[in-house]
Design a binder for this molecule. Structure first.
Ligand code: ATP
Length: 205
């Protein structure tokens, strides 16, 4: 099985994430995409993120109806920071026939050389790098320096119409009572309102 792994905080999931996942599935002929919400992203230590339950429930609403999309709680079930290399090792150990593809936006790719065990990650999975907004993908020279030749065969790119959304911006809009309609699925928008996420006051709609 060609399995796409898409890690993130998903606080909340938005249309940029969904379009990225679907374009990777389509352009790389992936059988399934597993959304992997991070328990504690190593690069976001010290920042407050919503409870895993809320992030997962929003993910469930967002992917409903897409039979290729799943949620994996593999990182939530583990203690400590969510290192991607550990996740990939675990997924391979569970089932060695899985061909793993690690999906990420251009901003994540840029920091990839500083992740834990980047070379091992490239042995375990092919990186599928996607443009974020209209910014071009970063060049791979730094990755080549950090990881060597393997970069040539283990990094592929997918391009899609730029969707310049971020969860940070969505949270800020909610907090200041601005609209997020059409930035997230309707069901996710309703969930955010119902559960008063992201600093909504009692009388906000
Ligand atoms: P935050 O603003 O809270 O940092 P985010 O919107 O960047 O959140 P994450 O959950 O941190 O979302 O990102 C998960 C992955 O999705 C990362 O690889 C990131 O590059 C990618 N991604 C997020 N938003 C987009 C987008 N609009 N277009 C393409 N890729 C995206």
């Amino acid at each position: 099985m060609r399995l796409g792994i898409f890690g993130g905080t998903f606080d909340p999931i938005h249309l940029g994430h969904l379009a990225l996942a679907e374009q990777c599935r389509d352009q790389q002929s992936l059988d399934e995409i597993w959304f992997v919400p991070a328990a504690q992203p190593p690069h976001k230590l010290g920042t407050t993120i919503s409870a895993a339950k809320a992030r997962c429930e929003m993910l469930e609403f967002a992917i409903a109806g897409n039979s290729a999309f799943r949620i994996s709680s593999i990182e939530l079930d583990r203690q400590g920071p969510s290192y991607t290399v550990t996740t990939l090792e675990q997924l391979k150990t569970e089932d060695d026939s899985r061909e793993l593809f690690l999906l990420m936006g251009a901003d994540s790719l840029q920091y990839f050389p500083s992740w834990r065990s980047p070379q091992r990650i490239l042995e375990l999975a092919t990186i599928v790098a996607v443009n974020r907004g209209d910014r071009p993908l970063p060049d791979l020279s730094e990755m080549r320096l950090a990881c060597g030749e393997i970069v040539e065969t283990r990094v592929v790119t997918v391009t899609m119409p730029g969707i310049d959304l971020s969860a940070t911006d969505i949270r800020q809009r909610v907090a200041s009572k601005r609209s997020i309609r059409y930035f997230v699925p309707r069901s996710v928008e309703a969930y955010i309102q119902e559960h008063r996420l992201y600093g909504q006051s009692e009388n906000s709609v």
